[in-house]
Design a protein around this ligand. Structure first.
Ligand SMILES: C[S@@+](CC[C@H](N)C(=O)[O-])C[C@H]1O[C@@H](n2cnc3c(N)ncnc32)[C@H](O)[C@@H]1O
Length: 222
């Protein structure tokens, strides 16, 4: 893993290539990453976000943080009730998926996000490359463990549609999954993008055996 490049560096690298960029973060928590992202328009979604007064004041040094819009709800609720009102179809240059770390929810977040992503935009997923069975378990652990969940199955699933999407994982910051439409692909979202029992039933041992193939690991050099 490259300890220097993390999610924020990569997101800002992608955004630096775009003009008047628009960004959505699903799962914001305390704004550590969200406030540090450089986009002209920013939207965040999290049912339990909490911004410390100090972090909020500091964030205002960046102009876009003064106009950012946070939604206190789940990502499903946001896409169902708010997204069409506050953003256009194809609004976002970049969407960061870092909410509920399950296969089912991260796949649903990806499907919903695709409608609001620019044709040449990118989705970045956090937590795609877990390094222990405990951190990769599909349910929120009771003890203190850094939980990646089974988001890796979403990357595996999306990689089954290579003719439509480019999808791979950078070996940095818990595994940063990247999703892009291929240039010549139709932008119809394939109906097969619903959770599959055969994928849900994959185990951590399966991942261990074929980590490179399942995730499409790449070294991130910036
Ligand atoms: C790992 S934290 C996000 C960290 C943040 N993206 C960062 O990089 O600093 C995950 C967040 O997802 C939120 N979350 C959980 N379920 C969610 C859902 N269904 N929709 C949106 N956010 C969710 C949690 O409240 C939590 O704050």
């Amino acid at each position: 893993m490259n300890p220097i490049v993390n999610r924020t560096t990569l997101l800002n690298h992608y955004l630096s290539e775009r003009k008047n960029s628009s960004y959505l973060e699903i799962g914001v928590r305390n704004g550590e990453n969200y406030f540090a992202v450089n986009a002209k328009r920013k939207f965040g979604v999290d049912p339990n976000y909490f911004f410390a007064k100090r972090a909020l004041l500091k964030s205002w040094l960046k102009k876009s943080n003064r106009t950012q819009r946070m939604f206190r709800c789940t990502s499903d609720h946001f896409f169902l009730h708010h997204a069409a009102q506050v953003c256009e179809k194809g609004e976002f240059d970049l969407i960061f998926i870092d909410g509920m770390h399950t296969y089912e929810q991260s796949l649903q977040d990806a499907v919903n996000s695709l409608s609001f992503l620019k044709r040449d935009g990118r989705i970045v997923f956090h937590d795609c490359n877990p390094w222990s069975e405990e951190s990769a378990q599909p349910h929120i652990p009771s003890g203190k463990v850094s939980w990646n969940g089974d988001v890796w199955k979403t990357i595996f699933h999306l990689r089954q549609h290579q003719e439509i999407f480019e999808c791979f994982t950078y070996e940095a910051d818990e595994g940063l999954g990247i999703l892009k439409w291929r240039n010549n692909a139709s932008d119809l979202i394939p109906p097969e993008l619903s959770p599959q029992p055969s994928i849900k039933n994959l185990t951590y041992a399966d991942l261990q055996k074929k980590r490179n193939e399942y995730l499409g690991l790449r070294v991130l050099e910036m």
